[in-house]
Structure formats: structure tokens, C-alpha cells
Write a protein that binds this ligand. Structure first.
Ligand SMILES: [Cu+2]
Length: 161
């Protein structure tokens, strides 16, 4: 019995080492580039904006973990869609040799608590934190005016964002 247990333990340990070596060989470092970054004021909430961009990856897999902005008091969150509902994403996968597109009706970055004095031409820096690539920064500029606050339709429930 003693001998058999030892064999199973050795087998499990051996499997873990093989798995680690295979991961190490196939997982080249990610190479990320950010394209098409733009920011739009929310059409519904006066103190919110959405950031859309494409992360092009010519290397191994990575994950987008967090986003922040250098606007005093403002907070950035990564959102994804569950059906029609927007939820905070723990992280977003960036597949190897592929792109992650942040766009309307898909995953996006939401900036909340925006100060009221932001206008067309206002700039800020978005910092994206990745699991393997560290941090990348993007300079963004508001290019469209804030729309007037939209009155909630009488027959529909007022939906945030
Ligand atoms: Cu959102």
C-alpha cells in the first residue's frame, strides 16, 4: 500500500511539471497595441462617459484587469454585457494573436463622476492595467458636446447608462 500511494503522488507531481513546461513554451509574451480609442459622453447620465477602443495583440494571451483616469474625482470601470444588462467585468481576456474590441453593445470602459466643466477638447489619460503587459496609457479627448439631459420616457423604466 505504501508503495502504491507513493506512485500516485509521483504521478500527480509529474503531471503538474509537464503542464507547467507546456504552458511556458506555448505562452509567448503578449504584444499589445491600442487603436481607435475615443470617448463619448453618456446620452443619459450627465456625469458619465464611455471609452471605446481596440486592443490588437500580436503575441501571447493577456488580460485587461483594471482601468483608471487622471480626472480628479472620476472613476473608471470595465463593463461587459450580460444579455442587455451592463455589469462590471472582473477582467477581459485578450486572446493570443487576436483583438479585443471595446464597443457599443459590447465590453467597454465606463467613466463615472465626471466634473461638470469637461467640454469638447478636454483631454485626459486613460491607464489600462494588464495581467502580463503591465500598464499602457492612452490620451483621450472629448470630441462631441454633451447632449442635453434626456427626459426618461414616460412609459419606460429609467435605465442607468
Ligand atoms: Cu457601462
Amino acid at each position: 500500500m505504501e508503495h502504491r500511494q507513493g506512485t500516485i503522488r509521483d504521478f500527480v507531481a509529474g503531471t503538474a511539471i509537464v503542464a507547467a513546461v507546456v504552458w511556458g513554451c506555448t505562452s509567448e509574451p503578449p504584444r499589445l497595441n491600442i487603436h481607435n480609442a475615443h470617448v463619448e459622453f453618456s446620452e443619459v447620465m450627465r456625469d458619465e462617459a464611455s471609452v471605446y477602443l481596440t486592443i490588437v495583440n500580436s503575441g501571447g494571451p493577456d488580460r485587461l484587469l483594471r482601468a483608471r483616469v487622471d480626472i480628479p474625482g472620476a472613476e473608471a470601470d470595465i463593463h461587459e454585457m450580460r444579455g442587455d444588462v451592463m455589469v462590471i467585468a472582473k477582467s477581459l481576456v485578450i486572446p493570443a494573436k487576436n483583438s479585443l474590441v471595446l464597443a457599443r453593445a459590447g465590453p467597454h470602459i465606463m467613466v463615472a463622476n465626471l466634473p461638470q466643466d469637461l467640454k469638447v477638447g478636454s483631454q485626459f489619460t486613460l491607464t489600462l492595467q494588464f495581467q502580463r503587459s503591465g500598464e499602457l496609457q492612452v490620451l483621450l479627448e472629448f470630441t462631441k458636446p454633451r447632449s442635453e439631459p434626456v427626459k426618461p420616457p414616460a412609459t419606460h423604466e429609467y435605465h442607468k447608462h
